[in-house]
Design a protein around this ligand. Structure first.
Ligand code: URA
Length: 280
């Protein structure tokens, strides 16, 4: 666009299409802002913010702290210590949902339509944890209701489960713009709420879906292909659970051959439910 030749309608639509293909699907303001014209202050991440980040020793938090020290313009949003205190103060899932809904520490909330807290049965013995809501989840306010959710439902059905028998949440409860992977900072800020959610649901089994959810819950930097299908006994908050990572349904939609591995993991889940004598 030049000043003497504004874009016509077709050209504007073409630009919007291009933005959408690049993952830019949300307007954050009415007026365009020329960020290049703004001066970027040359500052390092403030020590006052960095210290609570390093106060909890976990890969997610260490990755957040590392990325804060990587460059001069990285800003951390909220304070993980505040997130932990807030999450710990919830004594019911309803309170936790309300606290999370009012929590402004994680920047993802700004661009999401709404909080996507959970779906399924809060009394279930089995909890599934995904990565982050997508467009359809953001629209409906429930996890796994888009295409990957439909596949997840079929995977559950194949081993005799459905959403009345499992509880479903995500590592972050707001949709990242353009469906990008949540950053380590975003996951670290939401993690205390997820841990509290696990404590309040008190499942016996946790299944994580995809690499980022596995890394967050299993507190590891290992890859999903190596880790999937392996059971561990994990302490999540004050709870001990049997936990297994599997592949993300969205990955299975793109890689049909990997369904065989996911099927083995689902059968392993079925066997664990039976071995523990659970109502699943
Ligand atoms: N993918 C996820 O990880 N979570 C959802 O809720 C939807 C898609």
């Amino acid at each position: 666009m030049t000043e003497d030749h504004p874009l016509n309608r077709d050209e504007m639509l073409a630009v919007l299409d291009w933005y959408r293909a690049a993952g830019v699907d949300i307007a954050v303001g009415e007026e365009p802002v020329d960020r290049f014209a703004q001066r970027v202050p040359n500052r390092t991440a403030p020590a006052a913010v960095a210290s609570p980040v390093t106060a909890v020793d976990s890969p997610a938090v260490r990755r957040a702290a590392d990325s804060a020290s990587e460059g001069p313009t990285v800003l951390l949003g909220g304070d993980p210590a505040e997130a932990r205190a807030l999450a710990a103060s919830a004594t019911t899932l309803e309170q936790l949902e309300a606290l999370l809904g009012a929590y402004d520490g994680c920047g993802l909330k700004l661009r999401a339509t709404q909080l996507v807290f959970a779906d399924g049965n809060p009394q279930a013995d089995i909890m599934l944890i995904g990565e982050a809501p997508g467009a359809e989840e953001d629209h409906q306010g429930k996890p796994f209701v888009g295409k990957s959710g439909q596949l997840l439902d079929r995977m559950l059905k194949a081993i005799g489960l459905d959403r009345t028998r499992v509880y479903i949440a995500n590592t972050v409860p707001w949709r990242p713009p353009g469906n990008r992977t949540p950053t380590p900072e975003e996951m670290a800020l939401c993690l205390p709420f997820l841990h509290r959610q696990v404590e309040l649901v008190a499942p016996k089994i946790v299944m994580t879906l995809g690499g980022p959810a596995m890394q967050t819950i299993f507190d590891t930097t290992a890859g999903i292909i190596k880790m999937r299908g392996k059971w561990s006994t994990l302490s999540i908050g004050s709870r001990q659970v049997e936990a297994i990572p599997t592949l993300h349904p969205a990955y299975l939609l793109r890689n049909a051959r990997a369904k065989e591995q996911a099927w083995a993991d689902m059968l392993s889940l079925r066997m664990k439910i039976e071995a523990l004598g659970l109502d699943g």
